[in-house]
Design a protein around this ligand. Sequence first.
Ligand code: KG4
Ligand code: ZN
Length: 360
Amino acid sequence: MTEPLTILGIETSCDETAAAIVRRHGANVPGEILSNVVFSQIEEHAPFGGVVPEIAARAHVEHLDGLIKRAMKQAKLGWDDLDGIAATAGPGLIGGVIVGLMTAKGIAASRGLPFVALNHLEGHALTARMTDALPFPYLLLLVSGGHSQLLVVKGVGHYRRLGTTIDDAVGEAFDKVAKLLGLGYPGGPAVERAAKEGNPARFPLPRPMNGRPGCDFSFSGLKTAVRQTAENLGNLTDQDKSDIAASFQFAVADVLSERVENAMALADEVIPPGHRRLVVAGGVAANMALRQRLMVSAHACGYEFVVPPLKLCTDNGAMIAWAGAERLSLGLTDTIDTGPRARWPLDPEAAPARGAGVKA
Ligand code: KG4
Ligand code: ZN
């Protein structure tokens, strides 16, 4: 289709209900975000210390229509101004995915608009093109509550996975550590806050996978070591908690930077000089200590370091609208009978693994 393309994007795969309108003017130009509204369900899940799928699906049903109306109003657009509708079709919590997908299909069918069923991970993967007009290929570290993956982003729909977690995702590890230290939910920001007051050298925690070839991650052994450390201390003072948080975060930084350095060495084969950029996306990219370490690693390997603004790193509708626009610009649309998918890896040739397109 000819550009500019104005797309409504809908995201409901986890605990954020989101709608946004983005305009794509063409290749090599950043996208224009006309509106981007996100309703975070954090308060509804906080009493349970994690996302409850049934509560999430109900909250999406309650909030989605209103959010779409707000997104249209803020963008000052009517239905006739849209060129297409994109919605996350997976991977994610299936009840929530169905809510967003059915809503998008209903609008597309009633308005006669092209429809794009999107892989949520592709939304994260292409965000840096919306914000920084990044050309293909580039290296992506995707770190959130559901994924820890290293991917070469070669083109729309073309991804090569270099590594993934073989157990927990890194955000999940932050959440679990926060829970066992009694720091609250969501865990990542709480652990980062506590770590600021702590001594990262007090507890020598393991660095799973370090020294091994390849780029896979593992975090469950680190989480278990944190639990044992806490149990051995018994009653934890605030200083103990801060020291554990700092030691944990330091270990994660070591693991991520070592894995990313391996990935850059491998990616050198497929990413030519002049394209060597490391993009970090996902909620964990909010962590300043981790960002700092990853930036140092990137620069040491001759890579530019790119982190999209935080509100575009965590789940949002703009990334879905943008990826929809990218697909539409290539004539890639989906039929109205496309179904939701709980699992949907970006690189179908990579071996199945828990963190690779399994959870949102
Ligand atoms: O991308 P996201 O909003 O949702 C998905 O999981 O798709 O990521 C949420 C995750 C949570 O596990 C949260 O604890 C983590 O990102 N996170 C952080 C920080 N802020 C959010 N982890 C470490 N440090 C942070 N400052
Ligand atoms: Zn996500």
